[in-house]
Design a protein around this ligand. Structure first.
Ligand code: ARG
Length: 404
């Protein structure tokens, strides 16, 4: 593999990424491992994680607060794109990966490292996202992936770590594999591997069950400017606070749970449970405002491109020419996505009950009304329909002649 003097490892504090530290030094011939742990609002104690990496043999242990760029540069574009992979998953995990990759590359350059490393296995999407993003930001950097090479079971990994002073996890191991950040949680494995088994209530942490959700509905209003959410219930909030508030409101009413069979990049179907209350609520509200403020043909084209945008982000192509081009289209449409959406939260639902835009609404009551002040020219419809339906009538005539 060619020897590497210095590597920057994406570090979470878990056993797997901790074991990567001695593994890189002993088995991959790396002299120095620098770790980088990202704060994405997952609520971890970062100082503890920082010290853990040093204890496991890292020469430097860095932590970076990425919450604000995560929301402003990754979550908000996803809201503007109404991004839902396979029509369902709002990419809460996927959106974090290009940001971590960008930061790893930055740290590697500052530290003069020739390589970066991550602890992803060979079967998931995250390895694809890291490797592709790193490759497009810094093709000259080597990427070391210990967990893709070692063929250790969970028990063997823990035993390997113990040899190097990495303590075995103290808490009883959860049967689930969980990824979390401020946008949501993804839960896999354990009994969820049977697609027919319903998730136990214990897997959820951000959303209330339908049973425990309040018996009284709550109406809320979300305000958007240029496609970005800016206020909830009339209170202007910075992006990070706004996402937190949306999480609390939607989560309290049990909205934002997803249970799906998902198609991974590596060809596997997997059963995924997500809870992404705030992000899903904001996408729903944003979609609604667009239906009021965007022209029909723009909406139609945008919905096709949104699907592609979500596919690209899911598949690790955040930093790619097509993604850039789609962003240009989407951003162009957003200058007129201003206004207010009203939703009713109740027992797992977020139902749109109103929308308005003072300067961008394309809804004209003078045309839509059934009342006496109707300004629509009903007679003009006749000529329009004559021409609109002409091809269908010609087709029917010819069909008759053929006797079919
Ligand atoms: N299936 C989701 C995705 O690909 C969640 C991945 C969770 N990642 C993890 N390392 N547990 O975005």
């Amino acid at each position: 593999m060619g020897s590497v003097t210095k590597v920057v490892l994406a570090y979470s504090g878990g056993v797997d990424t901790s074991v990567c530290i001695p593994y890189l030094k002993k088995e991959c011939g790396v002299d120095e491992v620098i770790t980088f742990a990202a704060d994405l609002g997952q609520g971890d104690e970062l100082e503890e994680i920082r010290i853990k990496a040093i204890d496991a043999g890292a020469s430097h242990s860095l932590v970076g607060d990425l919450v604000q760029p995560f929301i402003e540069d990754f979550a908000f574009p996803a809201i503007r794109a109404n991004a839902l992979y396979e029509g369902k998953y709002p990419l809460s995990t996927a959106l974090a990966r290009p940001l971590i990759a960008r930061e790893l590359v930055k740290v590697a350059k500052q530290a003069g490292a020739e390589a970066v490393a991550h602890g992803c296995t060979g079967k998931g999407n995250d390895q694809v996202r890291f490797d592709v993003a790193i490759g497009s930001l810094a093709p000259e950097l080597k990427i070391l992936t210990p967990a893709r090479q070692w063929s250790m079971s969970r028990e063997e990994t823990i035993a390997y770590g113990e040899k190097f002073g990495i303590p075995a996890p103290v808490s009883k191991k959860s049967p689930y594999s969980i990824d979390l950040n401020l946008l949501g949680r993804s839960i896999e494995a354990g009994n969820l591997e049977d697609p027919m088994v319903a998730p136990l209530e214990e897997v959820f942490a951000m959303t209330s069950s339908i049973d425990n959700a309040p018996d009284i509905a709550e109406d809320i209003e979300i305000q958007f400017e240029a496609g970005n959410p800016v206020a909830i219930n009339g209170v202007k909030l910075d992006p990070v606070t706004l996402i937190k508030e949306a999480n609390l409101l939607a989560g309290k009413h049990g909205f934002g749970r997803i249970d799906m069979i998902e198609n991974r990049v590596v060809g596997i179907k997997s059963r995924e449970i997500y809870e992404t209350p705030g992000l899903l609520l904001l996408i729903r509200a944003h979609q609604e405002l667009e239906s009021l403020t965007l022209a029909a043909d723009v909406l139609s084209m945008k919905s096709q491109l949104e699907r592609k945008w979500a596919d690209l982000v899911y598949q690790g192509l955040w930093f790619s020419p097509l993604k850039d081009a789609l962003d240009a289209f989407i951003d162009n449409t957003q200058s007129c996505v201003n206004g207010l959406v009203r939703l009713k939260l109740f027992k797992g639902n977020a139902t749109v009950i109103g929308r308005s835009s003072s300067n961008c609404s394309l809804y004209l009551s003078s045309l839509a009304t059934y009342g006496s002040d109707d300004k629509f020219d009903h007679k003009a419809a006749e000529g329009f329909i004559y021409i609109w339906g002409l091809p269908a009538r010609i087709w029917a005539l010819v069909k008759d002649k053929r006797g079919v």
